[in-house]
Design a protein around this ligand. Structure first.
Ligand code: HEM
Length: 478
């Protein structure tokens, strides 16, 4: 079942958007809205502005949307716009000051040491892990198809991406009870973040005691650390005693890491910081992206059939191998267009280290400066039909080719995502396996609503209809 046409235009129904805020809404109502979803703070005008400004109770917040300003903040003058600690330190209870939320020389050292664990060669190593975990996903989807055809997409995508990243990090599959507890605690922790984020960005001081409000999240953070420590301790000790185990996972990469500049290694607690951070960064984002991708594919049957045709032509019925991934160009374009419309990390919080000017705005030191991939990637002056789903933009010669500064789902410049190649490989593999075997259709009457929290997710769980393609073909035979 495809979506009925848009009654307003007669064309395809555009992918879901948040309701635009009306101008002049009271500031305190806005803080409550931000707690639910920061996307609900955006007005229709936001999508066409080059430089935005928002008044908060204690500070002003700035949103540069022009590609040259985005490049200035993220690349050319990035030392003047460090990561906003008021925001990023919310992750400290779980991730410590790890590569995602540190800055300056501490970050430079961490990046030098972690980069090798994410080299191209590691992608080949990690591929069988992804393919193995994907068999579990196919079995779960097959059981949904056999049991009435309703699949909870967000739950499945969170499960499979958590499974992949845990196997890649510490060789632990999600079937394991310990893995399940880790996963549950991460979800308790991330659920406590939206309120804290709203308070952090408004600059309400922490000494007012607001972290005390989030006891459940902090207790979950302590349990996560304790579980990871128990896992790392024996391997850390064995490694430092000169007998590393046979594992070739990312933990092994962290244990082997040596700073080429001063010869130092990660301490025990730094290794735990990085594992926690990589688990969080490596599954929440991919799960959000894949959930939206499944929704878009299910509501655009012509895109789905083109994906199936490409997979049949390039791979056939056999296993999808490492070398096949780069031939699946249309599937990749579908995933990249999903990341344009629903960038999981929709906001990149920075802070103005010194007073500066941007277009007509004078920015005081200490003000938050948010680069918003959500806005830039839907900018009315930059993209043609910005709210429409059109994977063709990302094929050779498509409009995305000259959009530097206007497409940054993985960030930009030296702080760009270290897991980009990992995530793209995972996305192409999982989506290909899914659409080759199952026909995806929207659940009648269900339209997801996007919310901006830690990542951009659907407000309610997202159902789709799934049925085995082979069964559907047989049923159609005379
Ligand atoms: C679709 C999936 C993903 C998306 C959209 C995504 C997005 C991003 C973005 C936007 C940043 C930059 C943040 C900033 O500049 O403030 C980032 C950084 C980072 N990501 Fe990802 N990410 C994804 C998957 C992954 C995976 C799979 C891993 C690891 C296995 C990972 C690890 C990291 C790390 C370590 C950083 C910090 C890099 C640094 O600051 O040096 N990400 N990611």
């Amino acid at each position: 079942m495809s979506m009925p046409p848009d009654p307003a235009t007669g064309g395809p129904v555009p992918p879901p958007m948040p309701d635009a805020i009306r101008p002049g809404t009271c500031i305190f109502a806005n803080i409550l809205r931000a707690r639910r979803s920061w996307l609900d703070l955006l007005s229709e005008k936001s999508y066409g502005m080059l430089m935005g400004e928002m008044r908060l109770p204690l500070k002003r917040l700035y949103m540069p949307n022009e590609p040259s300003l985005v490049r200035r903040v993220m690349v050319e003058d990035r030392a003047s716009f460090p990561k906003d600690r008021a925001y990023w330190s919310l992750l400290d209870p779980v991730t410590g000051e790890s590569i995602l939320n540190s800055d300056g020389p501490a970050w430079e050292r961490q990046r030098r040491m972690i980069d090798p664990a994410f080299e191209q060669a590691r992608l080949k190593l990690v591929f069988p892990i992804m393919a193995d975990a994907a068999q579990g996903m196919l079995a779960r989807v097959a059981s949904a198809a056999a049991g009435g055809g309703r699949l909870g997409v967000d739950a499945e995508m969170t499960h499979i991406t958590a499974d992949i990243i845990l196997r890649a990090l510490i060789s632990l599959p999600m079937g394991d009870a310990e893995a399940q507890k880790l996963y549950d605690d991460f979800h308790i922790f991330t659920r406590s973040l939206p309120t804290q984020t709203a308070l952090a960005l408004t600059r309400v001081p922490r000494w007012l005691g607001w972290p005390l409000l989030f006891g459940r999240g902090r207790r979950a953070a302590r349990r996560i650390r304790a579980r990871l420590e128990a896992h790392v301790r024996p391997r850390f000790a064995a490694h430092r005693a000169g007998s590393p185990g046979p594992q070739q996972d990312i933990l092994a990469g962290l244990l082997n890491a040596v700073d080429p500049v001063d010869g130092s290694r990660f301490t025990f607690s730094e290794v735990v910081d990085h594992l926690a951070m990589l688990f969080l960064a490596g599954h929440e984002t991919s799960a959000a992206a894949l959930t939206w991708a499944v929704h878009l594919i299910a509501t655009h049957p012509e895109v789905q059939e083109r994906m199936v045709a490409e997979i049949a032509a390039e791979v056939g019925d056999g296993p999808i191998g490492f070398a096949d991934i780069k031939r699946l160009r249309y599937v990749l374009a579908v995933f990249r267009e999903t990341l344009r419309l629903y960038p999981p990390v929709g906001s990149l919080p920075r802070v103005a280290a010194t007073g500066t000017r941007m277009r007509d705005k004078t920015i005081a030191p200490g003000c938050p400066v948010l680069v918003l991939p959500w806005l830039v990637q839907r900018h009315r002056r930059i993209w043609d039909r910005p709210d429409q789903f059109d994977p063709g933009r990302f094929l050779a010669g498509g409009e995305a080719e000259d959009k530097t500064g206007a497409y940054l789902p993985f960030g930009m410049g030296p702080r760009a995502c270290i897991g980009m190649a990992f995530a793209l490989q995972e996305g192409v593999l999982l989506l290909s396996l899914l659409v080759r075997r199952f026909r995806l259709e929207p659940e009648p009457g269900h339209r997801p609503y996007p919310v901006g929290r830690l990542t951009i997710r659907t407000r309610e769980p997202l159902p789709v209809r799934v049925c085995e393609r082979a069964a559907a073909e047989t049923a159609r035979l005379p």
